[in-house]
Design a protein around this ligand. Structure first.
Ligand code: NAD
Length: 493
């Protein structure tokens, strides 16, 4: 695939300037179709993070002092500049991540929507006041936390970056973003977007690099009081430990192994469409993928057979081909990891679809969508996040077993419930340990709602007012309006 304007060197963006690393290092950037190096990216070190944090620190007071409406105006302009790059962003994202082009095309609109939404929120934001009779009045003052550290993963990278950039900027924080090292290409569009929108220099800075180097330096920096992280559970644990030294505010959006629970009374055609889309869209590299499908016994054989048939017919192909439904997995290392799970799964359960490279694709990180049936609950492919086009299917006999199986992993991000008995749907929604539940629907979000997980899937919530709470500190000011009756210790009686 040839695409226009592919940079040869992806630089940092610090203090409104495009810069290389202070000590000059770079790392290879590889495309997932040919697994060849197509660019270098600046390799951020402690010195680059220091420089970026200093720029963000210097820009913070003026940005924080702007009125909410003035910041919102810049966010609207960022949204416009994102949308204007719709085609370029889609082709960059597809080239770098292996996402099918039809699925990359939605990313610019969603990213722009994040900026518009948080601009709306901040423009409309009021502060709370509390009155205690006639005697005391208390009000809340919100102030931005300071320099925010944003660390993001390689799946839908641009959209997930926007999901943190927009509320941080809306709240009045300045920031340093460390994008994922496997997919830095689309982040190279932010500098021109920020400049075009008139974002003051130093408010948003980007340092590329390896997690253990640039990411770790950001987490450990004493002038970064807040870390918003999206990525794997193990890295999340490590970041919480590292940030404890400075008692940072953290938000952790981590891994998942979300159940899709299908009852016999469900609209089975709709459930099947949703289950197939839920686990195979975005190449299965989706934190909220319904990667465990639990099916009520009377329909188990038929549903599993139909799921296997659909998986076998999913069109795997070049990410740039508009007819492709599943493209190339992001990186050869990740591809090997997913293949390893397929091998493990073949010993643990019954392979009913996929499990192999499609014959027509002799190179690149391709896997035919894979379905394992009769998966026991202690199987690794039932318990561990695979993050690829692989699904584990298991039967259940009644509602209580469905809930028990749904909850039988360390994760708790999302759950999908399919039934025409709405009372049962709500009962299960309340009983499942997860941050988000969809009843008779797939992953359709409302930006006003909280996003996040429980157990090993995360700490805290972002989305809607939760994001503003996260990026600001609330201070309460108590004011006496009447007489204050204070016990008179030490006064003459
Ligand atoms: P990862 O944890 O390997 O990396 C995520 C980011 O953390 C990268 O930018 C990486 O460079 C950085 N990093 C790595 N080590 C670090 C360290 N020691 N200190 C600071 N930063 C460090 O995750 P990944 O493989 O890029 O992403 C896939 C994972 O992300 C999956 O587990 C997926 O479920 C999860 N995810 C979760 C959500 C959610 O909202 N819950 C959304 C998308 C992805």
């Amino acid at each position: 695939m040839t695409i226009e304007n592919l940079p040869k060197l992806i630089r940092h963006w610090i203090g409104g300037e495009s810069v290389e690393s202070i000590i000059g290092g770079t790392f290879d950037v590889v495309d997932p179709v040919s697994n060849t190096v197509y660019a270098q990216a600046a390799r951020g070190s402690v010195q680059d993070i220091d420089r970026a944090v200093a720029a963000a620190h210097a820009a913070f007071p003026a940005w924080a002092a702007l009125s909410n409406r003035a910041r919102a105006a810049i966010l609207y302009r960022i949204a416009g500049a994102v949308e204007a790059r719709h085609d370029q962003l889609a082709s960059f994202e597809t080239f770098d991540t292996g996402l099918p082009i039809t699925q990359s095309r939605g990313q610019a609109r969603r990213a722009a929507e994040n900026f518009r939404y948080f601009a709306d929120v901040i423009a409309a934001l009021g502060e709370e006041a509390f009155r205690q009779g006639e005697d005391q009045f208390s009000y809340v003052v919100r102030t931005p936390v300071g320099v925010a550290g944003l660390i993001t993963p390689w799946n839908t990278p641009f959209m997930l970056e926007s999901w943190k950039l927009a509320p941080a900027l809306a709240s009045g924080c300045s920031l340093v973003l460390k994008p994922a090292e496997w997919t830095p290409l689309s982040a190279s569009l932010w500098p021109e977007i920020f400049a075009e929108a008139g974002l003051p220099a130093g408010v948003a800075n980007i340092v590329h690099g390896i997690g253990e180097e640039a990411g770790q330096a950001l987490v450990e920096h004493p002038d970064v009081p807040l870390i918003s992280f999206t990525g794997s559970t193990d890295t999340g644990r490590h970041i919480i430990r590292s940030s404890a030294q400075h008692l940072k505010t953290v938000s952790m959006e981590l891994g998942g192994k979300s159940p899709a629970v299908v009852f016999a009374d469900a609209d089975l055609d709709a459930a099947l469409d949703s289950v197939v889309f839920g686990v195979f869209s975005l190449n299965g590299e989706r934190c909220t993928a319904g990667s465990r499908v639990l099916v009520e016994r009377p329909i188990y054989d038929e549903f599993t057979r139909r799921l296997a048939e659909r998986a076998a017919n999913v069109r795997v192909g070049l990410p740039s081909d508009p007819s492709t439904e599943v493209g190339a997995l992001v990186h050869v290392e990740h591809y090997q990891r997913v293949l390893n799970y397929v091998e493990i799964g073949s010993k643990e359960a019954r392979l009913v679809a996929g499990g192999v490279r499609p014959e027509h694709l002799t190179e690149g990180n391709y896997l035919q969508p894979t379905v394992f049936a009769d998966v026991p609950r202690d199987a690794r492919i039932f318990q561990e996040e695979i993050f690829g086009p692989v699904v584990a299917v298991a039967p259940f006999d009644d509602e209580s077993e469905a809930v028990e199986l749904a909850n039988a992993t360390q994760f708790g991000l999302a759950a999908y419930i399919w039934t025409s008995d709405l009372k049962r749907g709500h009962r299960i929604a309340h009983a499942v340990a997860s941050g988000m539940v969809w009843i008779n629907s797939h992953n359709i979000r409302d930006l006003r709602t909280p996003f996040g997980g429980v157990k090993a899937s995360g700490v805290g919530r972002e989305g809607g007012a939760h994001s503003i709470d996260f990026y600001t500190e609330s201070k309460i000011v108590h004011v006496a309006l009447g007489e204050v009756h204070t016990p008179r210790f030490g006064a003459p009686s």
